[in-house]
Every structure is written in C-alpha cells, then in structure tokens.
Design a protein around this ligand. Structure first.
Ligand SMILES: Cc1cc2nc3c(=O)[nH]c(=O)nc-3n(C[C@H](O)[C@H](O)[C@H](O)COP(=O)(O)OP(=O)(O)OC[C@H]3O[C@@H](n4cnc5c(N)ncnc54)[C@H](O)[C@@H]3O)c2cc1C
Length: 410
C-alpha cells in the first residue's frame, strides 16, 4: 500500500463504530482513511452466502428502536421483520407471548400464557411501559442493580422471569444469569418497545456495507492490520501512516493491545447452528425461546422474517447456545422447539463466536471517554453498550471529539 500524504484522520477498524466515526468525519470534509484487518467491512456484523442461503455470523438482528438507526438509510436495507415477542414452550405446548399493541390477534394467547399470576403479568407490562416510555434521564437515575434483582423488585414473578425474560434477554446479553446492569437492560427494553427487530434483505453485512459506501471504497483499506499506534501515526506491515488524529475502533481486546489506557471487559461467547427445513412450521415470524434445563437459548426461522435469506421456499433456522456445543448435541432440542422431527433438519453450518460482545455488568459505564489526548481517540461497543447502538453511538462521539479538536469553536 502506498504511503501517501498525511491524512486528516486514520480510523483503525471498519466495524460499525469505526465506520460511524468515518462517515461523520468524511461528511465534515476531512480526509479520512480506514484500516481494517479483515477482508470485509462491518466487523462482527457480517454474513456469508452458503448454498444460496444468507448466513449471518451468529444470530443477529437490527433494532429500528436504536437511536442511531437514524444514521442509516433504513429503506435501502429492505428490512424483513420478526413479530415483537416470542414463543415459549411449557410442558411441550407452544405459547405466543407478543406485544398486544402490534399483534391484536395474539392478545388472548398472551394474556393466557403461563407467565404467573395476573398481578405478575401486570407488573411485567408496567415494567415494559416504564422502560419504553419513561424519560431516559429517569431511567438513568434509577438505582442500578442486576437485571434479575430489578425484575423481582418490579414484582415480576419466577414464571415470567424464567420462561420469558431470562431466555429472551440471554439471546441478546449472551448470559443467562441476568447479572447484566439493570440500567442497560432498561435501555435495551426501551428499544424493543419502541422499535422492531429485523434483518436486511442482503444480510446483516448490509449495514456496514452501506456505511462503507459513504466513506468511499478508496478510503477503506481491507486486509490492513495496524500493528502499533502512537500520537500522530500508525504502523502497518507496509509502513507508517501519519495523521494528526487516530481513532482506534477495534474490538475491545485489540483496543487494549494497541492502547494501554484501554481495559477490555470480559467477553461473552455464543455458538450458532444453521439448519434448513423443507418449509417453516410457523404461521408468523417469531423467535422460539429455549427452556430451563436445555442448552438452546433461542431458535428462529430467520427466513420467516426475511424471505430473501432463503433461495427458495425452504426455511433457514438459526439456533444459538451460550456454551460451545456440537450440532448433534442440540439437534433434538431444536427439532422439539419447532415441533418437527430431528431428521427434518438438514445441517447447513455452525459458527462459534468466542468474543461476541463485552459484558455490561453494573456499574454500567455508559459513555466512557473517547478522547485519550495527544490526538488519540477510541470508540467501539466497549465505550458505550455491547450492541450495534453502542458501537455506532461511540463512533459518533469519537467523531465529535475529533471535529472539536481539529476545528475548535471560535
Ligand atoms: C453473534 C453476535 C450477535 C450479535 N447480535 C447483536 C444484535 O442482535 N443486536 C445488537 O445490537 N448487537 C449484536 N451484537 C453485538 C454487536 O454486533 C457489536 O456490539 C458491534 O457490532 C461492535 O461493533 P464495533 O465496531 O465496536 O466492533 P467490531 O465489530 O469488532 O469492529 C472492530 C473491527 O476492527 C478490526 N480490527 C481489529 N484489530 C485491528 C487492527 N489491529 N487493525 C485493523 N483492524 C482491526 C476488526 O477486524 C473489526 O472489523 C452481536 C454480536 C455478535 C458477535
């Protein structure tokens, strides 16, 4: 790679944090170069084509309720949506637990679902409304504890916690003890109440690809690993690049290696198995939650939400476990969740993601510093929350900090 004139900004990492920073800085007229170690943009949010199916790297969804969804051209993503809620199985029977505001047909089933007493169900609904519509400053002022303690404090009983909240949130938080910060879970629940979860027609990779197009293909240098960072310069295997502003937008572990001031939170892992069924067993796109004592955290016919994930009418099933599993160990559980025979499931592939996202234990450090001084900046999900929203929000903050430094007001 040539070593051109100094750039205004070098961004290390073309994940959603780095690309969010780079789009803003490019839009502001700065000369920005992004160095990405991998052969694709999007970082952890990526997909591949396999036998005509679109396979995301692990079960991932985009939530339109994220505030930073405003930075994307959502119509261009052609999102296909899941219904809000989930299917829980109790004693072998499937129950739909859906958002009554969106699925009037599911109201009766949801009211009758085995989620505890009427009072406990009302407590669950009241929690959802408070998180969904209460002012954010009030949510952030509420005493912080673990998610489980907060649910119990809110009067939500064991049945709703163990059958619905624990497996539903475990699929998002990648932990099933509900030790995650109640503050983060409040914010997360808010985005579920306010938005819908969907999949882009071309796979989750389309999100990063859209942002990268705005930066410019000639500005994003793939397969270019940055080995070291110093104020004013970065070093790749091809030599040094100088830039007065350097934004480290890598995953937490790489950020901690490049910048001694950064500490990497313990990562959460997930393993996802992909299967093909001759057709979907379900009338509507809904996630099926795992059951207590099982290994599955959730399983979903992703092609019900986004038909373009399948090349034909066959159904693509994505099933995840928090502990590493072999496909054969969970095939029967996946089949039972969908009410089909294990022999109906054709195994497509499996993917283990050991460093899927950082933990968000209390106390939540929502807006960790992004300006480290000396022209060094850091962003990534480890600076805000372990999510697409957190990555993009941290990228936006880093871009604002760079702009404030290169174009000081007055
Ligand atoms: C399986 C899975 C499912 C998920 N599901 C969801 C979900 O449904 N909803 C949600 O909101 N979030 C989800 N997340 C979390 C979300 O994907 C991440 O929080 C977010 O994408 C992190 O983005 P980032 O830009 O901070 O980091 P990354 O995506 O990790 O990007 C960092 C980039 O830096 C590059 N890099 C690292 N070191 C170097 C180097 N030395 N030189 C150059 N480049 C380097 C990496 O290759 C990578 O491309 C999921 C994550 C996983 C793994």
């Amino acid at each position: 790679m040539p070593n051109p004139q100094p750039a205004d900004v070098v961004v290390i990492g073309a994940g959603l944090a780095g690309l969010s920073a780079a789009t803003r800085l490019t839009d502001a007229g700065l000369d920005v170069h992004v160095f990405e170690a991998a052969g694709h943009v999007g970082g952890r949010v990526t997909s591949e084509d396999l036998d005509g199916f679109v396979v995301d790297r692990g079960f991932q969804v985009f939530n339109t309720g994220y505030p930073r969804a405003a930075d994307l051209d959502l119509p261009a993503l052609e999102l296909g949506f899941f219904e809000r809620g989930a299917i829980i199985r109790v004693d072998g029977r499937a129950h739909r637990v859906v958002d009554p505001r969106r699925s009037p047909t599911g109201v009766v089933g949801t009211a009758a679902a085995p989620l505890g007493s009427l009072r406990q169900k009302v407590a669950l609904a009241a929690y959802a409304l408070r998180a969904g519509y209460g002012p954010v400053p009030r949510l952030l002022r509420a005493p912080e504890t673990t998610a489980e303690a907060a649910f119990r404090e809110a009067g939500i009983g064991n049945a709703a916690i163990d059958r619905f909240l624990r497996p539903f949130l475990a699929g998002v938080l990648l932990e099933d003890e509900l030790t995650t910060s109640s503050r983060y879970v409040d914010l997360l629940w808010r985005s579920f109440v306010r938005g819908s979860t969907g999949l882009p027609a071309a796979g989750m990779r389309a999100i990063g690809e859209q942002l990268a197009r705005r930066v410019g293909a000639d500005r994003v240098h793939l397969r270019t690993e940055v080995r070291s960072v110093a104020p004013g310069s970065v070093t790749t295997e091809d030599g040094s690049w100088s830039a007065p502003a350097v934004v480290v937008a890598t995953d937490p572990a790489a950020a901690a290696r490049l910048l001694p001031a950064v500490e990497a939170a313990a990562p959460r892992q997930v393993t996802t198995h992909l299967h093909v069924l001759p057709e979907s067993p379900w009338p509507v796109p809904l996630i099926v939650l795992g059951q207590a004592g099982g290994r599955l955290v959730n399983t979903a016919v992703v092609s019900d939400a986004q038909p373009r994930y399948s090349p034909d009418r066959r159904a693509l099933v994505s099933s995840s476990t928090l502990v590493p599993t072999q496909e054969g160990e969970v095939r029967a559980e996946i089949a039972a969740a969908h009410g089909v025979s294990p022999s109906d499931l054709e195994h497509l592939t499996s993917v283990a993601v050991p460093e899927a996202q950082p933990a968000a234990l209390p106390p939540l450090q929502l807006r960790r510093p992004v300006d480290l001084g000396d022209g060094l900046y850091v962003c990534g999900d480890h600076r805000d929350t372990p999510s697409i929203q957190g990555a993009m929000a941290s990228g936006a903050r880093a871009a604002r900090a760079v702009l404030a430094a290169v174009r000081p007001a007055g």
